[in-house]
Design a protein around this ligand. Structure first.
Ligand SMILES: [Zn+2]
Length: 285
């Protein structure tokens, strides 16, 4: 156990984490940021090339959360002040449908799925960071084993996305078309990323797409204004840079592991993030 792990373990064990959580999150509301969930751990593939959680680990996370918090629906999170946790999932991998949705149904929890549309139009047209992972682990993208590729790297198919959107446990948000860092985009690129992805998702699902998540959590005031201008009602960051648009820089706690000590330490501060009161005006719906 290294020094950092020891500190996390001690923090959780001496009860400080639970104590702080009680004080800070008594009636707090917060959103978690999750990503892909694989059907299992792949022993022959380095951990950093796999999704953060396997389905077994994901179930552990929800078990731990369900003992401590209520799961909030997207509407409850955005439009009420009910305390609890909203689960969000970035990127739109096929495993969000195959591995995440059944577990959400088990727990009666709704997920907000932020989808990059590039790999929905063509599930093997992987996002740039996925291609980089593939090239780190294999000679080429073509050499990634088929079962692993389908389970870990592919995007949602059109059919999966429609079914996810039609489920009571799934709400679809946009995560751009190509998953770029938005603060580095030209105005034209920015508009295209925001508007085309929203249009595509709305056409496909027949539902309004009101929520957006910034790829890499990267945004600035111009980006946040453009998101609002493109018709979204709320946008999710990770660590907000505070540009004075609270509904367009909602903080999220990102989770990369499943151990109880990690969860306890990570969620104990709930950093200033205990969001009080409704953050989106009902009139704007
Ligand atoms: Zn992302």
């Amino acid at each position: 156990m290294n020094a950092r792990d020891l500190a996390v373990w001690l923090f959780a064990r001496v009860g400080m984490a639970a104590f702080l959580r009680k004080i800070l999150v008594r009636d707090g509301r917060f959103a978690l940021n999750l990503h892909g969930v694989s059907s299992r751990r792949y022993k022959t593939v380095p951990q950093n090339l796999q999704p953060h959680h396997s389905v077994g680990e994901f179930r552990q996370v929800l078990t731990w959360l369900s003992a401590r918090y209520n799961f909030l629906s997207v509407d409850d999170f955005l439009f009420t002040d009910f305390p609890g946790v909203l689960l969000t999932f970035d990127d739109g991998h096929a495993n969000n449908f195959t591995n995440v949705l059944p577990v959400l149904a088990e727990f009666g929890a709704q997920g907000l799925f932020f989808v990059s549309t590039q790999h929905v139009r063509s599930p093997r047209n992987w996002l740039t960071f996925v291609c980089e992972q593939a090239r780190l682990g294999w000679e080429s993208e073509m050499a990634v084993p088929e079962d692993f590729a389908r389970d870990c790297y592919d995007g949602l198919s059109d059919e999966q996305l429609v079914e996810l959107a039609g489920s009571p446990y799934g709400v679809i948000g946009s995560h751009t078309v190509h998953h770029p860092s938005l603060s580095g985009c030209s105005d034209i690129e920015l508009q295209a990323e925001l508007i085309e992805s929203r249009h595509y998702l709305q056409q496909l699902t027949g539902q309004d797409v009101n929520c957006f998540a910034y790829p890499y959590g990267d945004y600035n005031l111009d980006v946040a204004r453009s998101v609002k201008h493109a018709g979204y009602k709320a946008a999710f960051a990770v660590d907000p840079v505070l540009v004075g648009m609270p509904a367009f820089e909602i903080p999220r706690v990102d989770l990369y592991y499943a151990s109880p000590d990690y969860l306890s330490a990570k969620l104990s501060g709930l950093h200033r993030g205990a969001i009080r009161g409704a953050i989106v005006d009902r009139g704007e719906r």
